[in-house]
Design a protein around this ligand. Structure first.
Ligand SMILES: [Zn+2]
Length: 290
């Protein structure tokens, strides 16, 4: 509230100064009210008697004050999106009776390395979209298909059973990977080291330097487009049942919600349809007999 009030006062001051410069007839009155009256409220009351003066205030242009919505609009008008083909064994049709869920992850490698790892035949993990440090969005698994990223997991008691018989949220989750900052890499990026092999202990801390503004804007926009309920936007750490996943580390929820609230979905982005397939009825069956 105080921010809005400050902005209002600052706009009023800006308008008043322009008015003083432009309206010779009213200059004396404007100066008098600014200097003599202790509060802006009183000044407005006094000025209300002069209809010409008020009309002039209303017609003056607002000063340039970009807010979250403007930043988001600028980001979207310059956004970069790519779709990458990955092997078809990296995803499968969704089989779930649960409502859509949105799960946030981080790569713990560079974005380029994460992309190359998903293309490897022996590497099982996959995700729907990768958000690079500059906000570039790289789409991989189609949104109506299951991506394998969350592993053994459940969300507030909701899960499906994977082929292995283990609980997982993968079948009803839209999974977003964010590229980690360099101080958050877990594995060596050295040339000659096989992808996915960790040769040092770098970046294994509980925190790192965090994500970029562009990443927050991209993730907020993607989240809004999915139509997933805000209460069902979560993290890998929160759904993990293995006790080994802490991603995305150093995620700033306040920043995310600020951009989420500032995001309007119009012709700037089509909806992401997560569950267009018929909902399966035979979900959460008994685990297969050994
Ligand atoms: Zn993860």
């Amino acid at each position: 509230m105080s921010g809005q009030f400050t902005r209002f006062i600052s706009i009023a001051q800006h308008q008043m100064s322009q008015l003083i410069g432009k309206t010779r007839k009213s200059t004396a009155l404007a100066l008098l009210t600014l200097l003599a009256l202790p509060s802006f409220g009183l000044a407005v009351t006094t000025l209300a008697g002069d209809e010409n003066l008020l009309a002039n205030i209303t017609n003056l242009p607002l000063p340039e004050m970009p807010d979250m919505s403007q930043k988001m609009a600028d980001f979207l008008s310059n956004r970069k999106e790519y779709a990458v083909q990955i092997p078809s064994d990296k995803y499968e049709p969704r089989k779930t009776k649960n409502q859509p869920l949105l799960v946030l992850h981080e790569t713990t490698t560079s974005g380029r390395k994460a992309l190359s790892m998903v293309k490897l035949p022996h590497y099982k993990a996959s995700f729907h979209v990768l958000v690079m440090r500059d906000g570039t969005m790289v789409y991989m698994v189609p949104p109506d298909m299951t991506a394998y990223t969350a592993g053994v997991s459940q969300f507030r008691g909701e899960y499906d059973l994977a082929m292995t018989g283990r609980r997982t949220v993968n079948h009803f989750a839209y999974q977003i990977e964010m590229e980690s900052p360099a101080d958050g890499y877990w594995c060596s990026e050295s040339p000659g080291v096989r992808a996915g092999v960790c040769v040092d202990g770098g970046g294994r801390g509980k925190t790192h330097s965090g994500y970029t503004e562009q990443q927050y804007m991209a993730v907020a926009w993607l989240a809004k487009r999915t139509g997933v309920q805000p209460s069902r936007i979560t993290t890998h750490h929160a759904v993990d049942l293995s006790g080994t996943r802490s991603d995305p580390r150093s995620f700033n929820w306040d920043r995310f919600w600020e951009y989420y609230r500032a995001t309007e979905i119009s012709d700037a982005g089509q909806r992401i349809s997560i569950l267009p397939q018929p909902v399966y009825s035979s979900v959460n069956p008994e685990p297969p007999q050994e």
